[in-house]
Design a protein. Structure first.
Length: 326
């Protein structure tokens, strides 16, 4: 009995060290995410959205039916936040094979720790959405508790799926944790270089018409990096889509213009790392090209992209300004 307890304790200590290491690593990346410029932009954006939301609530009609639909959609989407964090590693399949019972006990205890982030997200989401449906406090409280119980059940079901006939499905467990950590690091990679995160390139044939045939080596490479790397291209699509959605919900032209400028600034900030995207390519260093020429090529590509995005944003805002001027 004592041996079993000591074994369980040693397993818990091993995973506790991994969990601490993971959190320290994430805190290091968070410093780059929430830098001074981004925090300033975020505060401005949140303040603007809060002002718009408060103004909308004042004029919202009684028993507004779309509010109930929004509440249902948000309640469903919020359940996708937060995954079961197990912190298992590929080597565990060999070294912890003889301690499966202790690992199974750890998996059950990891459910509670994995509920911290979802619980916070559920409380914030319900508090933000509840004014749309104007429910009494006790129903809002039941709403929060119900979502927390459902989320706990989903995580518990996920934990049980890793154990079949009292045996841990190590391949499934390791792949799930690998995908969870990759998803988190992928977010950080939008703001800074993440160690150990492999970047993938994908040719998009429908974008080949924009490749051109530049005689400048780094201009040629940077354009292809943007169009074929998921990081930069998908980032631009997300920002344009988010801006379009935001502008559709705004009635104030000045705010719409400021929001367009804000998202343009964010795009420039996120595109800056493209200048270092070829630093690890040994063959690129063989070109007799100075660092100044490389930097000029990066600025040229970023300026070209900003010009396109600014044109799209202006096309969204200008028709509204023209109609109101009449």
């Amino acid at each position: 009995m004592k041996v079993g307890k000591q074994m369980a304790k040693s397993i818990t200590e091993v995973f506790a060290k991994r969990r601490t290491k993971w959190h320290v690593q994430n805190l290091k990346y968070l410093r780059y995410v929430f830098n001074d410029h981004f925090v300033l932009v975020l505060m401005f954006l949140l303040g603007f959205l809060a002002y718009q939301y408060a103004a909308f609530l004042k004029n919202m009609p009684q028993n507004w039916l779309p509010g109930y639909l929004i509440a249902v959609v948000v309640s469903i989407l919020i359940l996708f936040i937060g995954q079961l964090a197990t912190f298992v590693e590929p080597a565990d399949q060999q070294f912890l094979l003889a301690k499966e019972q202790a690992v199974q006990a750890y998996l059950k205890s990891s459910i509670k720790r994995s509920m911290i982030l979802p619980t916070i997200a559920i409380v914030i989401a319900v508090l933000l959405v509840s004014p749309l449906v104007r429910l009494p406090f006790y129903l809002v409280l039941l709403w929060v508790i119900g979502l927390i119980v459902i989320k706990y059940g989903l995580l518990a079901r996920k934990a049980r799926s890793f154990i079949v006939h009292d045996l841990i499905q190590w391949g499934h467990l390791i792949n799930d944790e690998k995908h969870r950590q990759y998803a988190v690091l992928k977010i950080f990679s939008q703001f800074t270089e993440v160690k150990g995160l492999q970047q993938t390139a994908k040719r998009r044939k429908y974008l080949d018409i924009f490749l051109g045939n530049s005689k400048q080596a780094y201009t040629y490479l940077f354009i292809r990096t943007f169009l074929r790397s998921g990081d930069y291209f998908m980032l631009m699509l997300r920002l344009v889509g988010l801006t379009f959605l935001s502008l559709c919900l705004l009635d104030h032209d000045l705010f719409a213009l400021l929001l367009s400028l804000l998202f343009t600034y964010l795009l420039v900030f996120q595109l800056l790392p493209i200048s270092q995207s070829q630093d690890d390519q040994i063959m690129a260093k063989l070109y007799p090209i100075s660092l100044t020429e490389k930097q000029l090529a990066a600025k040229k590509v970023i300026r070209y992209l900003v010009f396109i995005v600014s044109g799209l944003f202006l096309g969204m805002v200008y028709p509204s300004l023209k109609l109101k001027s009449k």
